[in-house]
Design a protein around this ligand. Sequence first.
Ligand code: C2E
Ligand code: MG
Ligand code: MG
Length: 391
Amino acid sequence: MKALIVDDDHFSLKLLASQLRQRGGYVIESCDSAEHALELIRSKAFYPDIIFLDLNMPGMDGPELIGLLGKMEYRGGLVLVSGYSKRILHATVELSKEHQVSILGYLEKPVSPAQLDALSQNWRLLDGNERDNAFFFTRAEFMAAIANREFVNHYQPKISLSDNRVTGVEALVRWMHPEHGLMGPGQFISLAEQYGCINALTRLVVENALQDRRRWKGDEAGFSMSINISMLSLSSMEFMDGICRQITESGCAPEDFIFEVTESRTLDDQRQPLEIMIRLKLQGFRLAIDDFGTVYSNLSKLKDYPFDELKLDRSFIDGVSTAKSKFGFYHACLALAGEYDMTLVAEGIENRQDLMFLKESGCDLGQGYLIARPMAAEALGKWLAEYRGVI
Ligand code: C2E
Ligand code: MG
Ligand code: MG
């Protein structure tokens, strides 16, 4: 991946470059001014897939460069890097949206490897989706893979932070590709959406979930199964009706199924999804808003949607116990969840300190590598049998 770092501070340039180098897989260019970066991109001497942009620079600053990138229809991703307050970052994110430059997230200075880890998930997604260097497949290949059942679910447990009890699992789809091996959803979901194949894939995910569920104590009432639903699928009640039938006809209670939709498009894209969500709720299914916090949508809009669960994105969870900026947003979400009677779920808990903080501050549920990684159905069965509530 071609990465361009733009920062007037040479120490920051070097630090980030060396961190990216250590991760491997990057071709890195550094510029100590926005003007220089612009020249480089314009001349196509180096067209970055991802730009790490410091906001505050003498001469042309970050926001000005963002405007110009928008004008030249820069198609890569952008990561904001700043020592400034989150409000400035938020404002800049809004600005970038207006210029249609896609923001992959932001890093606070000094950038830590953990921050990069959390964020790199975002650009890995982008990597698999929109880049031409990614593994490419045709619609026919994808449909054939569905017909051949090359997709399997992995499952990640979700626990109650008050008593460590496992409350349910989330199904995360993987493609067992005969040549390319096991591939994560970041590499194919977006293309499946573009091809109009996402509904067929979701049907298979649900079918697999219903089957796998019987293998472990997942079929006990009250043990939830979360299914990720593309926002595109929420524009057809017919499709969702089919999914609901699939579930109820297998004998499962709707209450045990949680449909997760990602914040990204949910709250902008009004009526139809809202109507469908309400109807799902009326049938007894539960709804979660996923990756919350990543697109900075209007928090007050949340109250208009019947979500049961608010899943706070892992970029806010990693370091929540120490990073002041995350702390603030976290507390706002905690209050919001309380006010709208939603269960707050912390995604991506990776270290004990954050876990303890989340427990003490009253976050309801948690999910993350520290508790358990996503696992194949069999491995999950074993994990559940052995789990004693100790993390
Ligand atoms: P998500 O629904 O937010 O799922 C959580 C993602 O975070 C999963 O990545 C999981 O493996 C990862 N994760 C969990 N705990 C940690 C942690 O402690 N640290 C870190 N760094 N990562 C953690 P995965 O499986 O690659 O899935 C990525 C996204 O793909 C999912 O994000 C979801 O939006 C989408 N997706 C997965 N399965 C499906 C599906 O069946 N249908 C649709 N439409 N989307 C899906
Ligand atoms: Mg999810
Ligand atoms: Mg998520």
